[in-house]
Design a protein around this ligand. Structure first.
Ligand SMILES: Nc1nc2c(c(=O)[nH]1)N[C@H]1C(S)=C(S)[C@@H](COP(=O)(O)O)O[C@H]1N2
Ligand SMILES: Cc1nc(=O)[nH]c2[nH]cnc12
Ligand code: MOS
Length: 722
């Protein structure tokens, strides 16, 4: 195979230089043809013949060049030859890790893994890849369906003035963290002790999985993480998939074992955001007020349950987004398919649920020929409204976010400009959308809403702070340092966070649900307050003293200078069994720079979800075909809006959270659906001009192919017919 490629390459080079050589010659000769030599050359038969041949030669070589290059690049493009002759590793089935190879170095291990021959006995049943396949084959994770009912949708729908039905689908999304899954396991050499350094959002789960798989008690395994190069939910559970085999190898060999996945391996085995399908029926009156909504949600869970149930719960919780709907039923079920198990991804089912109701809003506006913004404004929640999960909305700043965003974005004026532009252009359209978001901050699983911290103050006055949250680039450690500095009333540079580790803070929840700073922040606050209480008599005795002096005094008075902190979120929770915002309101932001960064980053990641990123699978056996940046496009610098205005709502303290700050990690991602609906708005204009009226669905992501197909017009019809 290498030889084949080598000759192909050689051939291409030879032709390139051949052409190039002739071009040089030609370039050298041709100016001479324009000088006094011209008469001489053209007079001599030979030379002029040569010139003619040269021109022809160039032309012929040009033809040959392309004729030749084509066969030489075939091995790089046609799968059939690829499958026969090239890189069997690429076609390794890899939806489920079934073995691991340990070697002295990465290259050896990867080559050895290619030698593994797996004989598959094809399963009797059909290959189930998509949600539709699962529906057709009744393949679901039974017993985990989720449903919330509010009012009486069966009575309200038939009495509605108008009823619309629709189906909306959203593709999954690859986490594409810059640092792929990585783990290092080092045996301590006695009592079965093991030290696991892992790039994970969930050190306690890695500790538990490693202990279980080795039959050790958890107190023999330490899992630590200093920071991750991105997680986005992809390292909430999936990092254990790498840590377990590496721990088995290390324990058996009693040697350190390290594993870091290549990008293609990571994309083939670690799963993505859950693809969703929604079938909905909406009842509304002629003013655009929604009176009834009935939604059936399906998610693609892949080949294990993982976090799929919690993700479906959150989708059901967020089906209302920011709108008051009097009669609502939302039922959700997780499909069981032959894909790598899908998992958490920033928003955790929230974006998928909210995208459905935003699609409904757009449908209602199109049907009534109203401005979507007006329909949304009409249905927005007001202070004191009650959601379908029986939560009364207090401190509801939605109306302020909504009106400030309209004012800052000059939506009225822009709407007029866009409509004028669209009237003047047939094949170039612009659109606009304004989208709210209401995002529930807390783990839906009640017991996860807890956090711990550990504070050591050393005799020199320096503080070592450890908390249960992991740093993945979201700036959690910075915020925790701020909390400690403010509550201990000392400068930040006296405090240091070294790492997150299970032997410092045990039984931690994953850093997820955007609750990292809320939960750990309160635990850090708790620990610091305990310390400050102990120092009260010391500070009274020496009110002019410095921090260092107080610590020295405390030490010599044998007052403990170390303490843990703990926090659990009060009065939250929803029991399914009995069925009980581009202007972001983040309370009083702890760190506006970090928060604006999170809003910008989350928005751009959402841009990827709704307009660019689409994981693709082979329809025959579910192999992941999108394995790297060559055919999976995440947003890049040129996808970031040149004019990108983020503003945080002022003066709205939130009494429920640490220093009144609210979470910011996940909510901003969904705001990028405004780009999706702006594109839909532009398509609507194109369809109207092509004489096509009425509702239409464009599924997410709104890739250029989908946009083109949605702009149905006679050209498309001809192409489809042909
Ligand atoms: N730079 C960066 N920001 C990020 C992420 C990340 O991996 N990298 N993860 C997001 C996700 S999925 C979550 S849940 C939150 C977690 O951090 P927090 O709980 O401290 O907000 O950060 C969000 N912002
Ligand atoms: C486990 C979990 N529960 C939630 O409610 N939200 C989340 N985001 C990421 N992970 C989670
Ligand atoms: O909550 Mo983030 O880890 S999906």
């Amino acid at each position: 195979d290498k030889l084949f490629q080598f000759f192909a390459l050689l051939n291409i080079l030879a032709f390139m230089f051949g052409i190039w050589g002739f071009n040089i010659l030609n370039a050298a000769l041709s100016p001479m043809l324009r000088t006094k030599w011209k008469r001489y050359i053209l007079r001599t038969k030979v030379l002029s013949a040569f010139v003619v041949i040269l021109k022809m030669q160039n032309f012929i070589l040009g033809i040959l060049y392309f004729a030749n290059v084509i066969p030489c690049i075939i091995p790089y493009i046609s799968p059939s030859i690829m499958r026969k002759r090239y890189r069997p590793r690429i076609f390794r089935i890899s939806t489920q890790v079934i073995a691991c190879v340990v070697a002295d170095n990465l290259a050896l291990a990867q080559r050895a893994s290619r030698l593994v021959k797996v004989t598959y006995r094809p399963s009797a049943g059909p290959t189930i890849i998509t949600i539709q396949d699962a529906i057709d084959n009744n393949s679901f994770y039974e017993g985990h369906a989720r449903q919330i009912i509010k009012g009486n949708v069966d009575a309200a729908l038939p009495n509605a003035q108008h009823v619309l039905e629709g189906t909306f689908q959203m593709a999954g999304q690859e986490h594409f963290y810059l640092e792929t899954q990585a783990v290092l396991v080092v045996p301590k050499g006695e009592d079965g002790e093991l030290d696991v350094t892992c790039s994970t959002q969930n050190p306690s789960e890695v500790q538990q999985v490693v202990a279980e798989v080795l039959g050790l008690p958890a107190n023999r395994v330490v899992c630590r993480v200093k920071r991750m190069g991105g997680g986005f939910g992809g390292k909430e559970t999936r990092s254990a998939m790498l840590a377990a085999p590496a721990a088995v190898a290390s324990f058996r060999l009693q040697r350190p074992v390290r594993c870091m996945l290549d990008r293609d391996e990571d994309m083939m085995i670690t799963g993505t955001r859950h693809p969703f399908m929604a079938r909905y029926k909406v009842g509304f009156d002629s003013t655009g007020k929604i009176t009834a909504l009935d939604v059936q949600l399906f998610s693609n869970g892949g080949n294990t349950m993982d976090l799929s149930r919690g993700i479906m719960e959150r989708a059901v919780f967020h089906i209302d987004n920011a709108y008051q709907i009097d009669n609502l039923r939302c039922h959700g079920i997780v499909c069981r398919t032959n894909l790598p198990s899908n998992t958490a991804f920033r928003g955790f089912g929230g974006p998928q649920g909210m995208a459905v109701i935003e699609n409904v809003m757009t449908d209602v506006a199109t049907y009534l020929n109203m401005d979507p913004l007006a329909v949304r404004s009409l249905n927005l929640y007001r202070e004191g409204d009650e959601t379908h999960y029986n939560q009364r909305l207090e401190y509801c700043t939605l109306d302020r976010c909504w009106s400030e965003c309209q004012a800052l974005a000059r939506t009225d004026q822009r709407r007029k400009e866009i409509d004028n532009f669209n009237r003047a252009h047939r094949f170039k359209k612009r659109g606009m959308a304004l989208i709210p978001t209401k995002f529930g901050i807390a783990f839906t699983a009640l017991f996860l809403n807890q956090a711990g911290a550990l504070v050591h103050v050393y005799k020199d006055g320096s503080v070592l702070l450890t908390h249960g949250g992991t740093e993945m680039g979201q700036g959690l450690h910075t915020k925790m340092l701020q909390v400690a500095s403010r509550s201990l009333n000392i400068p930040v540079d006296l405090i240091f966070i070294s790492e997150t580790s299970t032997d410092k803070v045990p039984n931690t929840s994953p850093t997820a649900a955007s609750a990292g700073s809320d939960l750990n922040g309160m635990a850090v606050l708790n620990a610091c307050q305990i310390l400050m209480d102990r120092l009260v008599p010391i500070r009274k005795a020496n009110p002019e003293g410095t921090w260092q002096q107080w610590i020295q005094d405390a030490y010599f008075q044998r007052i403990s200078l170390s303490t843990t902190g703990f926090y659990k979120t009060p009065d939250i929770g929803y029991d399914f069994s009995i069925e009980d915002g581009i202007v972001m309101d983040l309370g009083e932001s702890l760190n506006p720079a970090i928060d604006i960064g999170q809003v910008e980053g989350g928005f751009v990641q959402g841009l990827g979800l709704f307009t660019l990123e689409e994981p693709l699978f082979s329809p025959s056996n579910g192999q992941v075909m999108t394995r790297g940046p060559s055919n999976y496009k995440i947003p890049s610098a040129d996808d970031i809006p040149e004019e990108f205005n983020v503003s945080l709502l002022r003066g709205c303290p939130n009494p429920h959270a640490v220093y009144s700050s609210k979470a910011v990690g996940e909510p901003p991602l969904f705001l990028a659906s405004s780009v999706f609906f702006a594109i839909k708005d532009a398509i609507h204009s194109a369809r109207t001009e092509a004489g096509i009226t009425g509702n239409f669905t464009i599924n997410s992501p709104a890739t250029s192919e989908r946009i083109r197909m949605a702009c149905e017009d006679d050209l498309i019809r001809k192409v489809i017919f042909f």
